[in-house]
Design a protein around this ligand. Structure first.
Ligand code: MN3
Length: 205
């Protein structure tokens, strides 16, 4: 279940997975058991999603960064450019999933509860209610063609909330700060919800 409890107002920032220090990225531990989000998300999905899918992004990011360092060391600009797609995909996958796990919580840890404070005020001010924001995000997520993510973000130019999508594993960057992300890839729901992804989007809240 998604959790906005304990989140700071839309201004909260995060530092996830990015570093120029040459060290290996690692799979972050979850703060809850794989089965703790049932029945919303099955333990089997959580285990595969974390141990296999997320781990693969981490592994391939480390490989791509190592190759990039080699190319950079040889001043091989073509080689550096050729690696950028792999770094974007696997680096984005690592960042996005790290945020995703942080945005989820079992009900005993605040999952399914709405936000409070400034974030709640901003949601009510802009969307009318939490329920309307959920409807907006779920419609947006359902509209993603192929694989991607739906996000609640803060737009640092307007200082407002926005709902947007990113394709594939593109992370939220630029003027947007991610607050909450929903993984709309089939691997996030198919074992449990099959083709009915709308039910997954409803249940995740
Ligand atoms: Mn995923």
């Amino acid at each position: 279940m998604l959790s906005l409890a304990g989140k700071k107002a839309a201004g909260s920032t995060r530092a996830v997975g990015s570093s120029f220090v040459r060290q290996k990225h690692t799979l972050p531990d979850l703060k809850y058991d794989y089965g703790a989000l049932e029945p919303a998300i099955s333990g089997k999905i959580m285990e595969l999603h974390h141990k296999k899918h997320h781990q693969t992004y981490v592994t391939n990011l480390n490989v791509a960064e190592e190759k990039y360092a080699e190319a950079a060391g040889k001043e091989d600009v073509k080689g550096e450019i050729a690696l950028q797609a792999a770094i974007k995909f696997n680096g984005g996958g690592h960042i996005n999933h790290t945020l995703f796990w942080e945005g989820l919580a079992p009900t005993s840890q605040g999952g399914g509860s709405g936000p409070s404070g400034a974030l709640q005020s901003a949601i009510v001010d802009q969307y009318g209610s939490m329920e309307k924001l959920i409807g907006n995000m779920n419609t947006t997520a359902a509209g993603i063609q192929g694989s991607g993510w739906a996000w609640l973000v803060k737009n640092t130019e307007t200082q407002k909330l926005d709902v947007l999508t990113t394709p594939n594993q593109d992370p939220v960057i630029g003027k947007y700060i991610p607050i909450l992300g929903i993984d709309a890839w089939e691997h996030a729901y198919y074992l449990q919800y099959n083709n009915v992804k709308a039910d997954y989007f409803k249940a995740i809240w």
